[in-house]
Ligand binder design. Structure first.
Ligand code: FCB
Length: 490
């Protein structure tokens, strides 16, 4: 059988991903200032069970242990994010030495373990002080982000293998400022479009800052959650509905970042909300910067049709599992209806359709030839159970990762230049509005003791990395659990 199993080339990069607010905890230590997620999660009713990232997976205090686990897992790269309010507690000014020291230690331990550090500058934890001045809806936040990038580059630049400016600006702009289900929890559709632009501008300024400090060759990327949406039928109005979603969700970032222009369609579709006068002369040149690669986060797909009848256009947001709200993240798309997707679904309610990843990677390859791609997040939440034997036999997670790695392989076979894969996530963690209820980790975190244990998915992924071979899902149940580092061997 093994001869039929898919293998990956030696230069394909195997990683796992996390984000600062989701794992670190220690929100009041090391001189860290408050972020919008502290404020949001402490506001009653905002997160499931009132969960906050105050402790999270306690990674701040367990860096050594966690890097040892990564090494045991065989990771070649680790994608983490830097909490802006640890580096600049109010979003501006000189670097906070304790904040720098924390990430410096992390990077040094990764390098000592032979793991490449992949650093994301912004994974949603905006300093609260900047939100108090308007957050991403105002230009000064983009400018502050550029300065922050410079400060981080000066502190860690020589040791980071790949930089990512923003993680999923779609979520920051639309879930944060239109749907209000993410921090800062605002429901202002017009302001969310200003946020889109200032995130784009912040990206451009950050790329420039990184290159100013570290030289033109420094590897820089951005990570987008491009939505793979299908039209419910071939009818022109449904195809049109899909195009509308593609524009407001995807092209509004791809256009400025990679092509130097906003799509005309988004300007028209949102003309009743804003005249886009926040886009200033020269911004588009700033935003369009050469990138080393494009990071792609992929979880599920969607299906839409044109809403032609009298049904309530505000019938609700896409059931994308990011929370409930009366307000839609689909700004300017009132006459688009999201249809339920056939299963199977994960615990997020997201459908599982690996073909969507094949299609996405191939489309990006066709549209942007010469721009390498990296899957910077992919993974699944399921209601894990600890078996009587003490193990978590998370076979559905193994199958999910297996099938998406197969999808990456198929896209590569068809020519897509996909350089690597980062599993979301290394550890169970704070899943934003869903708190600790949704577990994405391949390592289980016991939230009472904060102990980490290996799920079958971690054991399986370790073997896949070691052999560069897509092992069958069934192999996962029989793999031995590694001895904790430092423990006596038999
Ligand atoms: C992505 C986020 C990540 C995590 C996964 C499940 O949208 O980037 O932080 O929440 O979804």
């Amino acid at each position: 059988m093994s001869s039929t199993q898919r293998t990956f080339p030696a230069d394909f990069l195997w990683g796992a991903a996390t984000a600062s607010y989701q794992i670190e905890g220690a929100v009041e230590e090391g001189g860290r200032g408050p972020s919008i997620w502290d404020t949001f999660s402490r506001t009653p009713g905002r997160t499931l069970g009132g969960d906050t990232g105050d402790v999270a997976a306690d990674h701040y205090h367990r860096v050594g242990e966690d890097v040892a686990l990564m090494k045991e897992l065989g990771l070649q790269a680790y994608r983490f994010s830097i909490a802006w309010p640890r580096i600049q507690p109010t979003g501006r000014g000189p670097a906070n030495p304790e904040g720098v020291a924390f990430y410096s230690r992390l990077v040094d331990e990764l390098l000592a373990a032979g793991i490449r550090p992949v650093a994301t500058l912004y994974h949603w934890d905006l300093p609260q002080a900047l939100e108090d001045e308007g957050g991403w809806t105002v230009r000064s936040t983009a400018e502050a982000f550029g300065q922050y990038a410079r400060v981080v580059a000066e502190a860690l630049g020589d040791r980071v293998a790949l930089w990512t400016t923003l993680n999923e600006p779609w979520c920051s702009a639309y879930l944060g400022y239109a749907a209000g289900v993410h921090a800062p929890g605002r429901t202002e559709p017009a302001a969310s479009l200003a946020a889109v632009h200032h995130l784009n501008l912040g990206h451009g300024l950050a790329v420039r800052a990184l290159r100013d400090v570290l030289g033109e060759d420094v590897p820089v990327s951005v990570t987008l959650n491009l939505h793979v949406t299908r039209a419910a039928t071939d009818a022109p109005q449904d195809v049109e509905a899909k195009a509308q979603i593609d524009t407001v969700a995807n092209e509004v970032f791809l256009g400025p970042m990679l092509q130097g222009a906003y799509p005309q369609r988004v300007l028209t579709d949102t003309a009743h909300l804003t005249d886009w006068s926040f886009v200033r002369e020269g911004d588009l040149e700033l935003i369009r910067q050469p990138l080393t690669l494009l990071g792609v986060n992929f979880y599920s797909t969607g299906r839409v049709r044109r809403l032609e009848d009298e049904r309530d256009p505000g019938a609700g947001p896409r059931p994308d599992g990011h929370g409930d709200s009366a307000t839609s993240p689909w700004v300017g798309c009132d006459r688009v209806e999201w249809l339920p997707q056939p299963g199977p679904h994960t615990a997020m309610g997201w459908n599982i359709e690996p073909q969507g990843l094949v299609d996405l990677l191939l489309e990006l390859h066709d549209r942007f030839p010469g721009l390498p791609l990296m899957v910077t997040e992919n993974g699944a939440a399921f209601a894990d159970e600890v078996s009587p034997d003490g193990r978590v036999h998370d076979v559905r997670r193994v199958a999910y990762v297996h099938d998406h790695l197969e999808a990456v392989g198929r896209a590569r076979d068809a020519g897509a230049d996909v350089r690597g894969y980062f599993l979301w996530s290394l550890l169970d963690n704070f899943e934003w509005a869903f708190g600790f209820d949704r577990r994405f980790g391949v390592l289980r975190v016991d939230y009472d003791t904060l102990e980490r244990t290996w799920k079958d998915s971690a054991l399986w992924y370790r073997e896949v990395i070691r052999t560069r071979t897509l092992l069958p899902v069934e192999a996962a149940a029989d793999l031995p659990v590694p001895e904790p580092a430092g423990s006596p061997t038999a």
